[in-house]
Write a protein of this length. Sequence first.
Length: 79
Amino acid sequence: MTVMMLALSIPILKAGQSSDIWEKTIAFASIATKTSVVILVFSVVRDDWTIGLVGVLILSVGNAALMLLAHVIRRLDEL
C-alpha cells in the first residue's frame, strides 16, 4: 500500500509544476485511475461489491469527466 501511495504522489507533484491544462488533466486522470484501482483491491479484500461498484464508477466516468472539463477550459482560453 505504501508503494501505491508513493506512485500516487508522482502525478500530484507533476500537476503542481505544470501550467498546461492538458498536463494537469492527465496527472489528475492518473490519480483517479490509481485511486480507483486501490478501491477495487480494497473491495476484493473485504468482499464488498458496493465498494467495488464505486471504484468502477470512478474508473469509467471519472476520467471521461476530467477530459471533458479540460476540453471546455481549453475552449474558453481560446476565446
